[in-house]
Design a binder for this molecule. Sequence first.
Ligand code: PBG
Length: 328
Amino acid sequence: MEFPKLRPRRLRSNESIRRLVRETKLSLDDLICPVFVRYGEGIEEEVPSMPGVFRYSPDKVIDEVKKIRDLGIPAIILFGIPEHKDEVGSDTWSREGIIQRTVRLIKKEVPDIYVITDVCFCEYTTHGHCGVLKNHHVDNDATLENLKKQAVSHAESGADMLAPSGMMDGMVKAIRSALDEANFYEIPIMAYSAKFASAFYGPFRDAAQSAPAFGDRRTYQMDPSNAREALKEILLDVQEGADIVMVKPALSYLDIIYRVKEATLLPVCAYNVSGEYSMIKAAGRLGWIDERKVMWEVLTSIKRAGADMIITYFAKEVANLINRGEMA
Ligand code: PBG
């Protein structure tokens, strides 16, 4: 059969029928909201390149986390900015580290929000690289030893899930065995498995003060040109014991999300990163695009590509729209 008997437009004629045939719908259940916490007291400062995103001191972060919880968002992912950075990022495994103190506080005050911690070193080292340096090069295996300490320390502070983002070889295996040895066998690992060396992280590095002091991250993060290598990274992390795998960034990597979803039975997370957020905010402010609609379309496309969950700085805005039934 063909035209004029076949007419796809019949199923688009009004919103009721469009609702019935809609294949992909954003839901509160898809959302993970990033939260930046920094040293100090009474601080609530907007990140200049990320309008609507704030850095909070631990005392101020609780109200923000309550708001996120009250919107119905199931989870947050925490990033920390410590008071003192050093060569190895020792704040990351200190009982009094910025993440440890904050997680304890959140778990006490807002126990029903699921707390994921980013496990990495770049915000904590003076050089801004994601591990231990030897001759200006990130030493993989020395970094694994510190990752184990960081992971166990996050778990001790009450984190619900750990998300290692440093792209070290063997990091999932190292963290899994360290957690198991410390009896944290129930804590899942969400691995930033296919993380690309992307210029879209620019605004985040302002927010987290984590830009590398020299060089770049291309000896550990992936070349944006490579899709098969992304699958290799994903499959290795599955073997090493990851519970959830992640693709990052999301928007320029929808093909990777799609392929990863086909290649594994694990849930797939996509990280809608800072630059993807800031571009939409900036163009929206200039009046060049309809910010809200573009946001919705981008997040829908990430879900349609195969993401089971999305880390996004838009989480609160999307949740608001969903709760008001405005874009459903
Ligand atoms: C590393 C980390 C980065 C992001 C999340 N975890 C930055 C980087 O690799 O330079 C980027 C997130 C974003 O751009 O929103 N700890």
